[in-house]
Write a protein of this length. Structure first.
Lengths: 614, 481
């Protein structure tokens, strides 16, 4: 019975390898494989959802690596969610990628990624977790690299950023294993002392980097333009948030004793708050559908990190609820972007407009997802954000203000995006645009309906999925489902949203176009200078990091050349100088040689006599 | 079969066989090539037959008494058999690759003669249980590598070969003096006797310093490393041999043999050696990011990775040593793959400046994939084998409390990802700059693919090498403590 857990790994991995092996020209079987494998994966996750399973088999016992899997309510939740998104996005991709030559490779890596994610989520051994986690690097790299011509550069950027943070995760895992004396995850619970804190920070770097938080985010907006679209909906949109936040909650809730008020908790909240505000400010001024969404994919992680970082139950519940909500509306948004791209041929907002009437279902899905992400009641994003606001306020007013301001800009940028793409004047070249094909619409509709259900019936996910993650002692009998407890906060939220709407009206009136609705913010004094520099990637931590590494390399290179100079020049010169001196002594004068010989003979005699005495 | 015969076979079949190769070459080049491969495979096969014996906890010794402590001793313990298997196996693949590679050039008889002699000397070194014979075989490898590096006979090449020879000989002489100091302390060159007599008294720091100079010069570690990038002028299979199978691994082997299995080092060295290794890893990684020559970049990468191996060995607990030894295997496979890929690229395009390459993915897809696989292994990304060795080194170091120095190596690991991706990007991606050369030889491409697949298999089946390494470590450290 417990062996069934292996199926979560075997099914996607074998299917992925099979898909790779199928010759290029044959299309049908690959799609069959993808749909049946993701379908089976979803079925397995649903059937066993309520069970508690564990699988154990030693792999390399000498180094503490056991094949130890644990399927319980939290991992089951993540597995089910990834399986559902995996299936829906696979369904969507069979149409959206139908004309792409790289489809086969994309699907193969897609399946292998699902297998590795299942492995990482199920692992109950730190080293096994690391194995699957870092293994995702390869497929991440390959999935981006198959995209358009400049994709390789972005793939390399992603591999470098995520690779470096994965190495940090490795150090964190080593340190944690060392401190705990065991590598079994369910048996670890460490205090956050000096070394524990260090271990936590390294683990956290790995987790939030996977989730796409700042400062490890900068490959995501680039990937939005270069990678195949389903990649964006699947990885940065849904999957990476799920596994990244999963790990972050595991380390905050189980592996370490994270208390409110500890420096680690404050640090997490700062990371979250900074991510919210900076990423949303960047999203606001984007002029590309997908790139705009990608900045929101970063910004929303900030809310989750902020919520979990508060270390109080309401924040943790809010963060986790936000994780699943975000995965829904964000993947839905990316899918609408993909539909627009496929039907209208571009995602450049300058070239879009008035598509609402031509693609009504896509537009409707977009509206649902956009109001969800903006936190409009009664959609799902509203409820999770309210929980996070509540917890942030409890910790410090600053964090609350940042979160609310973030919401203002989120709403503003979605008003701009929707206005620019779907309203306004239809362009001549888009006269014949049709609604996306049904197979692309179905996943969007299902996910959009999910946003509504998770909003109105939020008891359902919170009770069934989220609250069990916290132990009953930590919940202290609180209930987090239903209408938010703090009505004052709800009023403020509504005022802020109304403000965003008015701001949009103001912007449109001033510039006469939906796309330019936020230009009064973009080109505000001081702000536009910062924006200009940011658009030139002046602040990209990746570029800054590369510059630092370049300086180190330059120094290293100089050291290396200096050492080489010693061998190639100094030694040679010194040798020649010495031999020249000695050669000069060889004058050919018989008398000189005789004197040398006598002196040498005397020296030997003296030495022998001395040592004889000793 | 007689065990003494096996020991002799591992060492003397290639050494004696190498002498036959020039003769065989006069008869038929095909015969010579196959004979060369056969001799190397003999070493490998004989080494393999010793594995069951080692796993059951045994060791094999052959000794012949000679005057003045110059006893001729061959010892096959876990460490020796491990090294012998790794070296001879990788060498066999490299020799196979050479069939096509070297067929374009003059002096093939000399090439095969030197290659097989090179491997034979390595085998002798690995199995030697006596410092004098260890030194003797050590110098034999220096001679063979000197000829092989200057194989193309151009004036600059010969100078680089001389540089490699002089630097390593300088180190070797220092090491010899170190051996003599030990002799004056213990009265023997026989490792078993030395081990017994040094159980109570510590080895002098002067001897350790001198021997380290030898080890670091052979293993191209700061500040004796610059001959290794220069040695890249050699034919690519030779550089692969130098980096992956034989030459630079000698230093790490002797380090493990003497400093872990025979002496107990002063605590001072456990601090000093990791610092030197860290400096070496960082300086070389930095140089690899700046350098523009394909083979020199990979050479700097070796220097950097050797730093990780020394780090693991110097930390000296079970996990770190296992990591260091596993590193020798995984790095050997992957680095051989990288150099052999470089050989394919260099031979077909005729250039080595990576800024003048680009877009080779389209014309050399298999090479590119193999290159990427090997690069992933060197970066330490699972499921490739390099992941486990890197993990074990860090795991051992951190559980030993070496956190600060581990973080320095972490930066080294970051840079590894950077320079390998930069290399892949410039060579295989981007716009084509030169005529688009194709992969001509199937055999050569098959060899690099095999190495990439082995790097992957080494990760998935890591259980087997790790089990063997554990046994080897028990044999080494268990007796010292």
């Amino acid at each position: 019975m417990d062996n069934v857990l292996l199926l979560f790994l075997i099914v996607p991995l074998i299917a992925g390898i099979l898909a790779l092996l199928i010759p290029k020209k044959v299309r049908g079987p690959v799609e069959v494989i993808v749909l049946s494998a993701t379908g089976l994966n979803l079925l397995l996750a649903a059937v066993f959802f309520k069970s508690n399973l564990a699988y154990f088999c030693p792999w390399v016992p000498a180094i503490g690596l056991d094949f130890s899997l644990r399927f319980y309510h939290f991992s089951a939740f993540i597995i089910l969610a990834t399986a559902a998104f995996g299936f829906l996005i696979a369904l969507y991709s069979t149409v959206s990628l139908s004309d792409k030559t790289y489809a086969k490779h994309f699907f193969a890596y897609f399946l292998i990624t699902i297998g590795l994610v299942n492995g990482a989520v199920l692992s109950d051994n730190l080293l096994l977790l690391l194995f699957f986690w870092e293994g995702m690097l390869v497929t991440l790299f390959l999935m981006i690299a198959v995209g358009n011509k400049s994709a390789f550069k972005t793939a390399a950027k992603a591999l470098i950023i995520v690779g470096i943070t994965d190495l940090c995760l490795m150090v964190g895992i080593v340190l944690t294993g060392h401190l705990a004396g065991t590598r079994t995850i369910s048996g670890i619970n460490l205090p956050l002392d000096a070394l524990g804190g260090l271990a936590f920070v390294f683990l956290m770097i790995g987790a939030i980097s996977k989730a796409g938080s700042m400062p490890f985010h900068s490959w995501i907006p680039d990937a939005a333009l270069d990678a195949p679209l389903p990649f964006m909906a699947f990885l940065p949109g849904a999957l990476e948030k799920l596994v990244g936040i999963y790990l972050l909650s595991r380390i905050s809730l189980d592996l370490f004793q994270l208390h409110p008020g500890s420096w680690v908790s404050t640090m997490l909240m700062i990371v979250g708050a900074v991510t919210i505000i900076l990423a949303v400010m960047m999203a606001l001024v984007q002029k590309d559908y997908k790139r705009l969404l990608s900045y929101h994919a970063i910004s929303q992680v900030g809310y989750m990190v902020l919520g979990i970082g508060t270390a109080i139950p309401i924040g943790i519940i809010g963060g986790l609820f936000h994780m699943i909500n975000n995965a829904m509306y964000k993947s839905c948004l990316f899918l609408t972007g993909g539909a627009v791209e496929k039907q209208a041929g571009t995602t450049d907002l300058e070239k879009l407009g008035g598509l609402g009437l031509k693609m009504p279902i896509t537009f409707a899905c977009f509206i649902v997802a956009a109001v969800s992400i903006s936190g409009v009641p009664p959609f799902n994003g509203f409820f999770s954000k309210e929980l996070i606001y509540d917890s942030a306020l409890e910790r410090n007013l600053i964090f609350y203000l940042v979160a609310v301001i973030g919401s203002f800009f989120t709403a503003a940028s979605f008003l701009k995006l929707g206005h620019a793409a779907f309203l306004g004047k239809l362009r001549d070249e888009h006269r014949n645009v049709k609604e996306a094909p049904p197979l692309m619409l179905v996943p969007m509709i299902i996910i959009a309906l999910g946003c509504i259900v998770f909003g109105i019936y939020n008891k359902l996910p919170i009770h069934a999925l989220i609250q069990p993650i916290l132990s009953p002692e930590r919940l202290e009998g609180h209930q987090f489902a239903g209408w938010p407890a703090n009505t004052a906060l709800v009023v403020i939220t509504i005022i802020v949203l109304a403000g965003a709407f008015l701001n949009h009206r103001f912007g449109v009136k001033k510039k006469g176009s939906g796309l330019k609705a936020v230009d009064h913010i973009h080109y505000a004094p001081v702000l536009h200078i910062i924006y200009d520099k940011a658009e030139k990637r002046f602040f990209d931590p990746y570029n800054i990091g590369l510059k630092i590494i370049n300086i180190i390399s330059e120094i290293a290179w100089r050291c290396d050349r200096a050492i080489d100079w010693v061998y190639d020049t100094l030694v040679v010169k010194v040798t020649y100088a010495c031999t020249n001196q000695i050669r000069k002594a060889h004058t050919g004068n018989y008398a000189t040689y005789l004197v040398w010989s006598l002196v040498g003979f005397l020296l030997i005699a003296v030495f022998l006599l001395q040592s004889g005495k000793m | 079969m007689n065990y003494a015969f096996i020991l002799f076979g591992i060492v003397f079949i290639p050494i004696a066989g190498s002498l036959l190769l020039p003769v065989a070459g006069r008869i038929s080049s095909r015969l010579r090539n196959l004979l060369a491969l056969f001799f190397v495979l003999c070493s490998f096969a004989f080494s393999l037959t010793l594995i069951p014996l080692i796993l059951s906890g045994g060791t094999l010794t052959f000794s012949k008494e000679l005057a003045l402590g110059f006893n001729f001793v061959l010892v096959a313990d876990g460490l020796a058999v491990f090294m012998a298997c790794v070296s001879s196996f990788i060498s066999a693949i490299i020799v196979l690759y050479s069939f096509d590679y070297i067929s374009h050039y003059e002096n093939q008889n000399e090439y095969y003669f030197m290659m097989v002699l090179f491997l034979g000397s390595m085998m002798g070194l690995v199995l030697s249980g006596n410092l004098i014979f260890l030194y003797f075989f050590w110098e034999m490898t220096a001679l063979a590598s000197w000829r092989l590096i200057g194989f193309f006979r151009e004036k600059t090449h010969v100078l680089k070969a001389d540089k490699a020879f002089l630097v390593t000989i300088f180190g070797a002489l220092a090491m010899l003096i170190g051996f003599i100091t030990i002799y004056s302390q213990t009265g023997s060159f026989d490792l078993a006797i030395i081990k017994e007599s040094l159980k109570t008294i510590p080895v002098t720091n002067l001897a350790v310093l001198l021997i380290l100079a030898g080890i670091f010069s052979k293993s191209a570690t700061l500040p004796f490393h610059t001959w290794l990038p220069d040695a890249g002028v050699a034919p690519s299979p030779v550089t692969a041999m130098l980096h992956a199978a034989i030459l630079v691994k000698i230093g790490t082997y002797v380090f493990a043999r003497l400093f872990l299995a025979t002496f107990t080092l002063d605590a001072l060295w456990h601090t000093v050696i990791p610092i030197i290794a860290a400096a070496s890893a960082l300086v070389a990684a930095g140089a690899a990011l700046i350098e523009k020559d394909l083979k020199r970049i990979i050479a700097y990468s070796t220097i950097s990775q050797i730093g990780f191996i020394f780090f693991g060995l110097a930390v000296g607990n079970q996990a770190a040593i296992a990591g260091g030894l596993l590193y020798i295997l995984m790095h050997g496979l992957a680095k051989a793959g990288l150099f052999l890929c470089a050989g394919i690229i260099e031979q077909n395009t005729g250039i080595r400046d990576i800024t003048k390459m680009g877009g080779l993915f389209r014309t050399m897809p298999v090479t590119a994939v193999a290159f990427l696989g090997c690069a992933f292994s060197v970066m330490g990304i699972p499921p490739f084998g390099g992941f486990f060795s890197k993990y074990l080194v860090f795991s051992g170091a951190i559980s030993n409390g070496r956190i600060a120095i581990s973080l320095v190596f972490l930066v080294g690991a970051f840079m590894t990802i950077l320079y390998l991706l930069r290399l892949f990007n410039l060579v295989f991606m981007g716009e084509p700059q030169t005529s688009q050369a194709k992969e001509k030889s199937r055999m050569m491409v098959a060899c690099v693919m095999l190495l990439a697949i082995l790097s992957l298999a080494g990760g998935i089946l890591v259980n087997y090498p790790v089990r063997f390494i554990q046994t080897a470590i028990q044999g080494m450290v268990g007796m010292v403590n």
